[in-house]
Design a protein around this ligand. Structure first.
Ligand SMILES: [Zn+2]
Length: 301
């Protein structure tokens, strides 16, 4: 009997021992993989969102503009330089969204760094003469178009494939999935917004030109495209009269751009305020774009 029991338990023990060995080996492998993750530094939230959508668990990412901080005026800190000097990939939007990017890239010593200017190849919108004089000649808010977001995500995908060719199909599948989410969202709101009569909305800074082009909308804003230009009394008067003319029901406020002015404006017009998120310093991309579109849609009804 004892012998028989041993015959059963013996191999069982061996199996447990063996599987423990295997588990240990797997754990070591996982550890090695974890260490091999591609280290990505991204300039601000929307770039991080795109990089994460494509890079998934193959990347480790850090974002330069902290959550909740105004992105246009931001200056990188010493720790950002340090991160960039050991990163595999740097993702930025370009078009003067990151006025500091070129200087940093010149000053760091990292020969292996792959740099992606995500807006490359996008269908750009020109800025006004005055804005263009002080900043870039193009509106940087490319990521706020669902169509141009694909261009940015695709540029990031190409860079990841270049760095990590063995996972090419992983990045491509992620891109395809993300592309479909963007297309679906665009289709859904195109058919909702198209029949509306009123297509004008007012927001904190002129971030939505690309979204407006996509959905045939029109934006007015308290601050300009680079979130500058404290509104003059004249400008506010103008916005109040536009708001009354189009029977505006909602004035959008952005957390980091003149929220008080937007609130005053809403009071003057007799409209309510609603938050809108430019994805410059926080928010999941698809979720936030859906919320933004839904809020704009409701405000126009
Ligand atoms: Zn902006």
């Amino acid at each position: 009997m004892k012998k028989k029991l041993f015959k059963i338990i013996g191999p069982l023990c061996m199996m447990i021992l063996l599987s423990a060995c295997v588990n240990k080996k797997e754990a070591v492998d996982n550890n090695e993989n974890a260490e091999k993750k591609i280290f990505v530094v991204s300039s601000f939230n929307a770039m991080t969102e795109f990089a994460m959508a494509i890079g998934g668990d193959k990347i480790e990412i850090t974002t330069i503009v902290p959550s909740g901080v105004e992105a246009h005026d931001f200056e990188p800190k010493a720790k950002d330089m340090k991160n960039m000097s050991k990163a595999d990939l740097f993702v930025y939007n370009g078009l003067e969204m990151e006025h500091w990017a070129e200087d940093i890239l010149k000053s760091i010593d990292n020969k292996n760094l792959v740099v992606v200017e995500a807006s490359k190849g996008a269908d750009l919108i020109k800025t006004s003469k005055q804005e263009g004089h002080e900043h870039g000649h193009f509106d940087p808010h490319v990521w706020l178009s669902l169509k141009e977001a694909k261009v940015e995500a695709n540029n990031i995908k190409e860079a990841l494939v270049k760095i990590d060719y063995s996972n090419k199909s992983y990045y491509e599948e992620n891109y395809k999935r993300f592309e479909k989410e963007l297309d679906d969202l665009k289709d859904e709101y195109e058919s909702k917004i198209k029949p509306l009569q009123n297509k004008t909305f007012v927001t904190g800074h002129a971030a939505f030109a690309y979204l407006c082009r996509e959905f045939d909308l029109h934006q007015y804003s308290v601050e300009d495209v680079f979130a500058e230009g404290e509104p003059t009394p004249q400008k506010i008067k103008e916005l109040v009269s536009i708001g009354k003319e189009v029977n505006l029901k909602t004035v959008f406020t952005e957390e980091n751009v003149s929220p008080k002015v937007s609130e005053t404006l809403a009071r003057e017009i007799g409209a309510k305020t609603e938050t809108i998120n430019t994805l410059e310093s926080e928010g999941n991309y698809i979720e936030t774009m859906r919320e933004n579109l839904q809020k704009i849609y409701e405000s126009l009804n």
